[in-house]
Design a binder for this molecule. Structure first.
Ligand SMILES: O=C(O)[C@@H](CO)OP(=O)(O)O
Ligand SMILES: [Mg+2]
Length: 423
């Protein structure tokens, strides 16, 4: 029996203590739950979650999204087979009636879509990564890029750059990748904190360094890599999420970077300087979400030697990915299911990225719960890379630990550093 018999939704709290949507789908005795994450540095082109106007942060909107699941979406999907993810997802999108899911809310739609996938796994007695995989089967264990230092909108700090991450490019297995970055993280913490006062941490558990300057943060991370006994670049490389949209001033067409005002050309030069000066292998959102000219120019300069990863630029949206591929504006796509709005849309963006020979990087949001679905998604879709946050917060560890379980249960290869663009 795989037909959906009941759908319920209720409000739970995420890692920032903000409300979010949890959905439960039953198919007879089988059941699945999914909890929707939420971003802080959200892009303008993401599917639209229902959150505004709350009596506390987002509260009323989230309750409305839960009511939309129960009152609008449940009647549409009850009776549908949980194994028909594509059919269910199309019915959910049709019910909303808008491209960006703004009628019922992307958090309502994705909640049901994700819970259906979990219910399908339970109903068919298969692991979720296998249910999400194509007919050819699941893929490799992903290479993680792991947050060590945080700034931007995720930290109450002066550092404007959002994430400085370690990529354990020398690791041969997924467990070794975690162990490597754990050592780097400990070394970074020892440099920032003192014995009595541990370093402050940001939304994703990365340390907030006492610096405002990007170069100082890069240097700190390089030193931490060395302190931990690794060769920067060869064994542990750096990834950075500049999250430039939040310090771009559209009225003046300028980037306001820690007290400096940079025009497009100067911002591009700055990113190239970072890539030249430090062992950077991946740069996410170095320019604002609609600065297509800037992205194309930067890709011309460094796209053949560094992974240029679009997050706000692409917003896990098939149309924006097509445009970016045609323009040669990047070479990798961040994949966030709640930007897309359904599991099927997410899968299609991953497929399109892979077809264009771009690297997909499955990503958590800064507001998360212990839902670990993205771990299964990364393996099932053979994304090759995953970005979850730091190694010291339970909502992040739920996913890292799920991957350790998958690694134990499933004899897949480790994607390793070959997963990073450009190839
Ligand atoms: O920008 C990002 O890549 C994410 C995760 O780090 O942040 P947020 O969920 O706040 O958009
Ligand atoms: Mg980002």
């Amino acid at each position: 029996m795989t037909d959906i018999t009941a759908v319920d939704a209720w409000e739970v709290l995420d890692s920032r203590g903000n409300p979010t949507v949890r959905v439960r789908v039953d198919a007879g005795d089988a059941t699945g739950q999914f909890t929707v994450p939420a971003g802080a540095s959200t892009g303008a082109h993401e599917a639209v979650e229902r959150r505004d106007g709350g009596d506390r942060y987002g509260g009323r909107g989230v309750r409305e999204a839960c009511a939309a699941v129960r009152d609008d979406l449940a009647p549409v999907v009850v009776g549908w087979s949980v194994t028909d993810q594509v059919g269910v997802d199309e019915a959910l999108v049709d019910c909303d009636g808008t491209e960006n899911l703004s009628t019922l809310g992307a958090n309502a739609v994705l909640g049901v879509s994700g819970a259906v996938a979990h219910a399908a796994a339970d109903a068919t007695d298969r692991p979720l990564y296998d249910v999400l995989a194509p007919d050819s089967g699941p893929g490799a264990m992903p290479m993680p890029m792991i947050n060590v230092l945080s700034g931007g909108l995720h930290a109450a700090a002066d550092l404007p750059i959002q994430d400085f991450l370690a990529v354990p490019v020398g690791a041969d297995t997924y467990p070794e990748a975690l162990e490597t970055v754990w050592e780097v993280r400990r070394a970074a913490g020892a440099r920032i904190g003192s014995g009595e006062h541990p370093p402050p941490v940001a939304d994703e558990g990365g340390f907030i360094p006492p610096v405002a300057d990007a170069d100082a943060a890069f240097e700190l991370l390089v030193d931490a890599i060395r302190d931990a006994g690794y060769d920067p670049g060869r064994e542990v490389a750096i990834a950075v999420d500049v999250a430039a949209t939040h310090f771009y001033d559209a009225d003046r067409d300028r980037y306001d970077l820690a007290g400096e005002t940079l025009d497009r050309a100067a911002m591009i030069d700055r990113v190239v300087e970072w890539v030249d000066a430090y062992p950077v292998r991946s740069v996410e959102d170095p320019l604002a979400e609609d600065d297509w000219t800037g992205w194309e120019r930067l890709a011309d300069r460094i796209g053949d030697r560094v992974q240029l990863l679009g997050d706000d630029l692409l917003a896990t949206n098939a149309g924006r990915l097509d445009r970016a591929v045609d323009a040669g504006a990047a070479n990798a796509a961040l994949i966030k299911p709640n930007q897309a709005g359904t599991i099927t849309r997410t899968r299609r963006v991953v497929d399109a990225a892979q077809a264009a020979d771009w690297a997909p990087v499955v990503s958590a949001r800064s507001g998360e719960t212990c839902d670990a679905t993205i771990a299964d998604l990364a393996v099932g879709l053979d994304a090759g890379q995953i970005k979850i946050g730091s190694l010291a917060r339970s909502e992040r560890l739920a996913k890292y630990n799920r991957l350790l379980g998958i690694d134990r249960a499933y004899d897949g290869d480790f994607a390793g550093c070959d997963a990073l663009a450009p190839w």
